[in-house]
Ligand binder design. Structure first.
Ligand code: SF4
Length: 334
């Protein structure tokens, strides 16, 4: 990537074929801090080279096991260590999960994501989660799970059941990670990502911004992702929803323009990935979402709730899509 190009006023699309796997922090920083219009023009150019710019993929997320998690992630309402008033539940029954997935498919979602608040799945849980993957897959949807840390054997079992994606976020930079979570380390995150890759499951991995981190942490997180042996196929970028009772309840919100810069940088650094505008959309204006789509975001979660947090209703999303001329991406097109 030619930084001169990114910061010049005459940005030429031809000069900008990205350079996967070779990102340095300096290179990424220069882009992130480039004049906003140049950054957005470059991101949109890269986006158009790889995707239909007016199609956005719709995913639906279901909490299959809520709360009571032994981990201490500072942003999370589901940690048993934070007083958030959330009631913990048991693992949902398989048939209920399939019924919910059927409704989501009929409403247009093409990917079904199932999340459990665990440090890692126990051996006794594996039969049920495998049955969920098989059942959702049989509906003709893509399947995704987030269950915490996995070993290679568990990952291989999920792959065999038909799991398409595994979500495991690195959340922030390696430097800032210990400020947010103390019950596990960055290396453990990367290890699970490696087991997922080795088993042949596609990777969904991103992070959260607005946790009091510096811009360099956001940039470094994207450098880590872009430099993985294979960048994640899905990159969720979450904007923190501060939750009362968590250590990050009073975190200073990220400024919208900064947020859009993160999306644009993710698009440029991981040109072929789906960049997902994930949690935090209820706190975004329509204009901020529109700018994020322009910057290269091309996936969202639909549905009224995201695990335990609010999400814009489907009516609001369809209206925004209509106003922007955006259409849902079909499964074949992904
Ligand atoms: S983010 Fe996941 S691992 Fe961390 S406390 Fe919440 S449910 Fe547990």
């Amino acid at each position: 990537m030619d930084m001169q190009t990114a910061s010049s006023t005459q940005t030429s699309p031809q000069a900008q074929s990205p350079d996967p796997g070779a990102w340095t922090l300096e290179k990424a920083q220069a882009l992130y801090h480039a004049p906003f219009n140049n950054l957005l023009f470059l991101a949109q150019t890269v986006h158009r080279q790889n995707f239909d710019p007016n199609k956005v993929q719709l995913s639906r997320l279901l909490s299959i096991k809520t709360g009571g998690c032994p981990e201490d992630c500072g942003y999370c309402s589901q940690s048993a260590r934070h007083e958030t008033g959330l009631k913990a539940s048991k693992l949902m029954e398989v048939r209920r999960v399939i019924a919910e997935a059927t409704k989501a498919r009929d409403a247009g979602a093409t990917r079904y994501c199932m999340g459990a608040a665990w440090r890692n799945p126990k051996a006794r849980d594996m039969d049920a989660v495998v049955a969920m993957v098989e059942g959702v897959k049989a509906l003709g949807m893509e399947t995704c799970m987030t269950l915490g840390m996995l070993d290679l054997e568990q990952a291989a079992r999920l792959k065999q059941a038909g799991l398409d994606y595994y979500n495991h976020n690195i959340d922030t930079s390696e430097r800032y990670y210990s400020e947010i979570i103390s019950t596990r380390g960055y290396a453990e995150r990367l290890d699970t990502l490696e087991q997922v890759r080795r088993s042949g499951i596609k990777v969904c991995c991103g992070g959260i911004v607005g946790m009091g981190e510096d811009p360099v942490d956001r940039i470094d997180m994207l450098v880590t992702l872009a430099n993985l042996p294979e960048p994640p196929e899905s990159v969720p970028i979450n904007m923190l929803i501060p939750i009362a009772g968590t250590p990050l309840a009073e975190a200073k919100p990220i400024e919208p323009i900064e947020f859009v810069r993160v999306i644009a940088l993710a698009r440029i650094m991981m040109p072929k990935s789906h960049v997902r505008l994930s949690a935090g959309r209820t706190a975004m204006t329509d204009e901020m979402q529109a700018l994020s789509f322009f910057a290269g975001a091309n996936s969202i979660f639909v549905g009224d709730t995201l695990l335990t947090a609010d999400n814009p209703g489907e009516d609001k999303d369809s209206l925004l899509f209509r106003r922007l001329g955006i259409e849902p991406m079909e499964l074949e097109a992904q």
